[in-house]
Write a protein that binds this ligand. Structure first.
Ligand code: UT7
Length: 330
């Protein structure tokens, strides 16, 4: 039995000002608005300004989350920064953000699980609260993924955008029903080659060859990812519902990773879950990796769809392949 439970005190998100539309992409690669709409549901993506770094996006989302939670940065005890496109390899983006927030010496670390990063991070934050180690935690997903996209590759460049979404997690009061109920995480390293960013690690350090062969950009086997994403997200959702002896009918909103509307529909179909209860903002921002789930959640809180007391199911999948789900009462 856990000593304590955690709850969401407040959420925030940030989309950069610059917008890249389907019509803009028509000028860069052999694609068209109709194909992108029909195959993905995406209409536009937000792109960070040249002078913006990932921790800047995170800072904006964090300020909004702190305001929604009625807290100040001084009350934070831990920062979990979920990203695969941080400011640099080291120091971590979490440390960069900690400094920007003026949080002095609180622990801060990056968490790398690609598009599943935020669901992984939320599970980690929940464990720290459950053990009693921390009472107030900032967990966020932030990405500037467009800097790793080849705008000559029509299969990837139409999908991705930049964003940040943040949750302030706090220890719930005794008998508070609005808590994180449980999380389920998984990974299948054997499917790692479906979505990779080849260069920049110990396997392929930066040399001239990297630029000559475009190894600094993501590579993806889209169709295989799609099939595996539906399979793993559905399995993770079922597992977390079973754990809590609940069914899809009990869930008010499903907030899935925003990769592609057809993919979200396929997960909903698998559950016989009504599509009108799937939170989607993919038309507005495309796939923003670890930022999609907290950003979509925050948008739905602010526009009144997600309300206090509702049962919400989060799910994501990403490179690794990683996947996860989290069931919570907001
Ligand atoms: O967070 C994880 C990141 N990755 C993903 O989420 C990707 C998941 N996968 C997907 O979203 C979809 O598989 C895609 C949107 C990437 C592709 O959609 P699809 O329905 O699976 O299309 P496809 O790959 O089967 O390609 C169909 C056709 C092909 O032409 P042929 O071979 O039928 O002549 C492609 O060459 O569409 C062509 N195509 C395009 N046409 C216009 C591929 N990309 C484009 C494009 N514009 N941008």
């Amino acid at each position: 039995m856990s000593l304590y439970r955690s709850r969401i005190a407040g959420t925030g998100s940030y989309l950069p000002e610059k917008v890249l539309t389907n019509q803009d992409l028509e000028k860069l690669v052999d694609t068209n608005d109709q194909w992108i709409r029909e195959r993905t549901g995406i209409l536009r993506r937000h792109i960070a300004a040249d002078n913006e770094v990932t921790s800047d996006l995170a800072f904006q989302a964090t300020q909004r989350a702190l305001q929604a939670a009625g807290k100040t940065a001084a009350e934070l005890e831990l920062i979990i920064f979920c990203t695969v496109t941080g400011d640099q390899v080291m120091p971590s983006s979490a440390c960069e953000l900690q400094n920007k927030l003026g949080c002095k010496t609180i622990p801060a670390f990056d968490l790398s699980a690609a598009c599943s990063g935020f669901v992984y991070g939320l599970a980690v934050a929940d464990q720290f609260v459950r053990t009693g180690m921390y009472k107030t935690i900032l967990v966020l997903g932030a990405e500037i993924i467009h800097r790793y996209i080849n705008y000559k590759d029509r299969e990837t460049c139409i999908l991705f955008g930049d964003a940040a979404g943040a949750f302030i997690i706090e220890r719930a009061k005794e008998n508070d029903a609005n808590v994180i109920l449980s999380s389920h995480l998984r990974a299948e390293g054997s499917l790692g080659d479906l979505f990779v960013l080849p260069a920049g690690g110990s396997k392929i350090p930066f040399t001239k060859k990297v630029l000559d062969e475009d190894l600094q950009y993501v590579r993806m086997k889209g169709r295989e990812i799609f099939k595996n994403a539906v399979r793993t997200m559905s399995a993770c959702c079922q597992e977390v519902l079973d754990q809590n002896q609940l069914s899809a009918a009990d869930v008010s909103w499903l907030v899935p990773h925003q990769a592609n509307w057809r993919l979200m529909e396929a997960v909903a179909d698998h559950f016989s879950f009504p599509k009108e209860k799937v939170v989607s903002i993919v038309h507005e921002m495309g796939n923003t990796s670890a930022a999609t789930v907290p950003t979509a959640f925050d948008v739905a809180v602010r526009d009144g769809r997600i309300q206090r007391g509702q049962l919400i199911l989060l799910t994501a999948f990403g490179a690794g392949l990683t996947a996860g789900s989290c069931l919570l009462r907001y």
